[in-house]
Design a protein around this ligand. Structure first.
Ligand code: BGC
Length: 756
């Protein structure tokens, strides 16, 4: 089957044509033209070269799991590599690209990939924190900056955004995701795709985005990373797929398979997910990539006896490219030659890859991402740091503020004790998180630095470590911390998780403050000083005792490079906190999955403390979250008027307009996130008690009132009925509007269908 090597002269002219034609391509405009170029390249490719485009390798890096032992340069020269995840400097990236373009038979350029999850060198808050900002423009901007920085270092493709909705904070990867709600996650998905890809992928500062992990990775059994997922197709489509659908709709270039099985079939070879939903129903035109080595893992999943069978199942299911597994490159050509796989399947996958190499403009100029000027002048720019600070402040959620302890008044406290290793002596990836790309600890502004700048000369700051974020107990350090607190007028206490405590493969059964940190919080509380507790963590933790005893609690997450400055701005009221939880914080890990959008059950409780026998609730915990989805305080207060509808009955093809007056009734100017939920009271299948359908952010001066308008259409009311049809039904609905998923104003409306 292998085509003969083309004569040299023809080779050069082939490459010449490629270069010439692609020069004329202005990506989005010249799609037709590039499609015909793709066909012409395909015609010239040997089977090995085709499969080579589907093969992605790690550049100069090998671990026990991903043993490659490849001669990378030879692989590139022979056309056996389509993309590389390079862990190398710029000159090596250029050298490899040169081999691909000048020494391989068809001169097809490589693409370089990397995990740029929440910033490249300028690190932004972890994604779950960003989601708590509900600020889509700021999230888009963060990804724009990440794209500018990574592309300046020769990288074309990020393995982000991670779009796994999750309702299980035991699962260590909630940190990378958009939280628990499919609607919020979908809006964030769109913003992230726009940020990375911009409006023109051929620009040198835009990158390919990758929606991952497709799909349902966020609901592993027991919250254990990589574990199996079993769920109804309804739940899959209603909760776990919408964020991916939104990303595809927004034009995302690539999609990554999840590691897990979905209803017993690994996501990497799952035809329902890949062929049926992604490529047919959603008409996805980009290419898929396996997760690291996930094609090989079909063997461990017990659905393939060897690599050959794994390759067969993956290509038949619609998986396009292989990340670090060497499964396709070793097996696909033979499967085709043996007549087992139809070559058209490989052609389709190759087309998809080439399409994005064209869109990136790499055929036009394979070296466009290697520009010394940009390389040296794109990282940690003042405007990047400013954007990171802005998003860090917006991501922080004020959970408690007893007796208005916050904001702190400058000079009021003569001595402030700053306690906790996380406030000053950063370890490992503290503040910037596990997935912080090229982020460097030495660029981080610590809480200590931020406060030192802020407090002014009338306040003295004193520090004691107390304990590190793994909660390693030391009598001596604890005693010193207590003494330091005793001698101060106020304590700022930093507790939470080490930067490596969340992220891949770090699931926990117990999500309380790690180690002995509760000993520290109790000891500091016992000094009787007012305490502001700062939480730094990548997942919701349980901290019931602290929530009952601390005077103020600020959920800071892992805030990124500008951590300490953001904290100081919030504590001193230079920024009025506006973050709202994108994921509920339970009382106890035993409540998990604890989320706001549950079904009613046949025996609903009357409230959090309804302990009657025979109702759906817990005997030993409240029947709701400690801090629910959408919750977050401000230094001011907001009040809501009644929900007003323009009509009580909506015809199904019509729309419903709603309005509500929101007032700032407190002493500070501030921003509120106004959330709209619905409930379908009687449907064909049981519907959640609340579903987020819209939100708006509104800035109100102290004393100001604004009326906000929302519109609902049948699209917002649709659900998967018992026949798995996506429909809106007539009937009664409730609508709720307010500042979190629990405290809401409500109204009713009816939907009618005139023509059946
Ligand atoms: C992770 C992915 C990541 C990939 C490449 C995998 O282990 O699950 O999220 O993109 O590695 O680093």
């Amino acid at each position: 089957m292998n085509k003969k090597r083309l004569p040299l002269i023809l080779l050069y002219s082939t490459f010449g044509i490629l270069m010439f034609d692609s020069c004329q391509l202005r990506n989005n405009e010249g799609a037709g033209e590039s499609e015909s170029r793709i066909e012409s390249i395909l015609q010239q490719m040997t089977l090995e070269e085709k499969v080579g485009q589907l093969n992605q390798i790690k550049g100069n890096y090998s671990t026990d799991i991903y043993e490659q032992n490849l001669e990378i340069e030879k692989e590139i020269r022979t056309g056996r590599v389509g993309a590389i995840t390079p862990n190398v400097d710029m000159s090596q990236k250029i050298a490899w690209q040169k081999i691909a373009v000048e020494e391989s038979r068809l001169g097809i350029p490589l693409i370089y990939s990397a995990d740029v999850i929440h910033g490249f060198k300028t690190i932004f808050p972890v994604p779950v924190a960003q989601a708590c900002s509900w600020d889509l423009n700021s999230i888009e901007k963060a990804e724009r900056i990440a794209a500018i920085e990574m592309s300046s270092q020769g990288l074309h493709w990020t393995f982000a955004p991670m779009l796994d909705v999750s309702r299980d904070p035991r699962w260590s990867r909630v940190m990378e995701g958009p939280g628990e709600d499919p609607y919020l996650a979908s809006q964030i998905a769109r913003a992230r795709v726009r940020g990375f890809q911009g409006d023109d992928l051929s620009k040198e500062n835009t990158v390919l985005a990758c929606a991952k992990h497709f799909a349902a990775y966020g609901k592993p059994e027991g919250g254990m990373d990589y574990n199996s997922v079993d769920m109804s197709e309804r739940e899959l489509r209603e909760v776990y797929l919408p964020s991916f659908h939104a990303a595809v709709d927004e034009g995302i270039a690539t999609v990554m398979n999840a590691f897990n099985t979905v209803n017993r079939i690994p996501a990497s070879c799952n035809p329902l997910l890949l062929k049926q939903i992604l490529k047919t129903e959603w008409n996805f035109q980009g290419f898929t990539v396996s997760d690291a080595n996930s094609f090989n893992e079909l063997i461990q999943h017990g659905v393939a006896k060897d690599k050959r069978e794994a390759a067969l199942k993956c290509i038949l299911a619609g998986s396009d490219t292989d990340l670090w597994g060497q499964v396709y490159i070793e097996e696909l050509a033979q499967l085709i030659e043996d007549g087992i796989v139809d070559e058209s399947l490989v052609d389709d996958a190759v087309r998809r890859v080439l399409r994005y190499k064209f869109k990136l403009g790499l055929f036009e100029n394979p070296y466009k991402y290697f520009d010394e000027e940009r390389e040296n002048n794109s990282l940690l720019l003042p405007e990047h740091l400013e954007a990171s600070l802005d998003l860090a402040r917006k991501s922080m959620v004020l959970l408690k503020n007893e007796d208005k302890l916050l904001p702190l008044e400058k000079g009021k406290y003569r001595k402030i004790a700053v306690i906790g290793q996380l406030a000053r002596e950063l370890e490992e990836r503290d503040m910037i998180g596990n997935w912080s790309a090229a982020g460097d600890m030495k660029d981080v502004i610590t809480v200590w630095d931020g406060l030192s700048e802020k407090v002014g000369e009338n306040t003295k700051l004193v520090y004691a470590k107390g304990m590190n974020a793994w909660g390693n107990y030391s009598e001596k350090l604890l005693r010193k911390a207590v003494e330091t607190a005793r001698n101060a007028d106020l304590v700022i206490l930093a507790v939470g998780e080490n930067g490596y405590a969340t992220g891949e493969a770090s699931s926990r059964t117990d999500i309380s403050l790690p180690g002995d940190q509760e000993k520290l919080t109790r000891a500091i509380y016992a000094t009787g000083k007012p305490v502001v507790m700062l939480l730094f963590n990548g997942r919701p933790l349980t901290f019931l005792w602290e929530s009952e005893h601390m005077d103020a609690i600020l959920e800071c997450w892992e805030p990124g490079t500008m951590a300490g400055k953001a904290v100081a701005d919030v504590l001193y009221g230079d920024y009025n906190p506006s973050g709202k939880l994108a994921i509920s914080i339970p009382y106890h890990a035993g409540q998990i999955p604890m989320h706001y959008s549950r079904l009613n059950t046949g025996r609903p409780s009357k409230g959090p403390d309804d302990k009657r026998w025979g109702i759906a609730g817990w005997a030993d915990a409240p029947n709701e979250a400690l801090y629910p989805f959408g919750y977050g305080l401000s230094y001011t207060t907001f009040s809501y008027g009644d929900v007003k509808l323009d009509k009580e009955t909506m015809q199904i093809e019509d729309s419903l307009r709603l309005s509500i007056a929101v007032s700032n009734t407190g002493a500070y100017d501030g921003e509120e996130t106004v959330q709209l939920y619905i409930r379908d009271l009687v449907a064909d299948v049981s519907r959640p008690v609340k579903e987020l359908k819209a939100f708006q952010k509104v800035f109100l001066k102290s004393g100001e009132t604004k009326s906000l308008e929302f519109t609902l259409t049948a699209e917002d009311l649709k659900y998967w009925n018992h026949e798995m049809k996506f429909v809106a039904d007539p009937g009664e609905f409730k609508v709720f509007i307010g500042g979190n998923s629990r405290d809401l104003k409500e109204a009713k409306f009816e939907v009618q269908k005139v023509r059946e």
